[in-house]
Design a protein around this ligand. Structure first.
Ligand code: URA
Length: 209
C-alpha cells in the first residue's frame, strides 16, 4: 500500500483550524491554502536529489549541494488544487505546472475528465499532484491514472484534509505513490463532503457561491 505521511506540525494544524472556521473570508482562506502548500511542500520534497557544485565563499572554495536536475512538476487538480501551487512554486521556482480538469458528477460523485495538459518530459519529473480535499478519492485516483498513462513515474499526492475512505482507496489503487495529508478527518457525509472538513474548498478559495 502507498506510503502515507500525516502532518503533525503545529503551524500546519493551526492554519487548518483557521481554514475550517466558517467565518474565515476568501482572502485569508486563499493565503492559508498557499501557506499550507508551502509548508507541506517543504516536507514532501525532502527526498529531492541533490548534487554538489563548487562555490566560492568570501573565505574559500567549497563543495555545496544544489537540487539535481531541477525537473519537477506541480499538477493541480482543477480547480481547488490551484490554491496550493504558488506555495510549492515559491520553494521550487523552476517547477513546471500541469493541469488536470475533473469535476464530480453530482449523482454518482465520480470524477469526469475534461482537461489534461502536462509538462514534458513528464517521465523524468518528480510530480506533486495537489488537491486540498481527498474525499471519495475518485478524482485523485483518476488524475494519477492519467499522469501514469502519460508516462509519469515519481508521483506524490498532497492534500490538506483527507477522509479515511478516500485515503484507503488512493492507497489501494496507487500503492506506488507517496501521499501527504495535512489532517485526517472523521468521515464523508451522504453528499461526499468531509466531516468536520471545511466546506467546499474551491468555492472558499475563489469566493464563489
Ligand atoms: N471537496 C470539497 O471541497 N470539500 C469536501 O468536503 C469534499 C470534497
Amino acid at each position: 500500500m502507498g506510503e502515507v505521511f500525516i502532518n503533525k506540525h503545529p503551524l500546519v494544524q493551526h492554519k487548518i483550524t483557521r481554514l475550517r472556521d466558517k467565518t474565515t473570508g476568501t482572502n485569508e482562506f486563499r493565503n492559508l491554502v498557499e501557506e499550507i502548500g508551502m509548508l507541506m511542500g517543504y516536507e514532501a520534497l525532502a527526498d529531492l536529489a541533490t548534487e554538489d557544485i563548487e562555490v566560492e565563499t568570501p573565505l574559500e572554495r567549497t563543495l555545496s549541494p544544489v537540487i539535481a536536475g531541477r525537473k519537477m512538476a506541480v499538477v493541480p487538480i482543477l480547480r481547488a488544487g490551484l490554491g496550493m501551487v504558488n506555495g510549492i512554486q515559491a520553494l521550487v521556482p523552476t517547477a513546471k505546472v500541469g493541469h488536470i480538469g475533473l469535476y464530480r458528477d453530482p449523482d454518482t460523485h465520480e470524477p469526469v475528465e475534461y482537461y489534461c495538459k502536462l509538462p514534458t518530459p513528464i517521465e523524468e519529473r518528480t510530480i506533486v499532484v495537489t488537491d486540498p480535499m481527498l474525499a471519495t478519492g475518485g478524482s485523485a485516483c483518476d488524475a494519477i491514472r492519467m499522469i501514469k498513462q502519460h508516462g509519469g513515474k515519481k508521483i506524490k499526492f498532497m492534500c490538506i484534509i483527507a477522509a479515511p475512505e478516500g485515503l484507503e482507496r488512493l492507497r489501494k489503487e496507487h500503492p506506488d505513490i507517496q501521499i501527504y495529508v495535512g489532517h485526517l478527518d472523521r468521515q464523508l457525509n451522504e453528499h461526499a463532503y468531509i466531516l468536520p472538513g471545511l466546506g467546499d474548498a474551491g468555492d472558499r478559495i475563489f469566493g464563489t457561491k
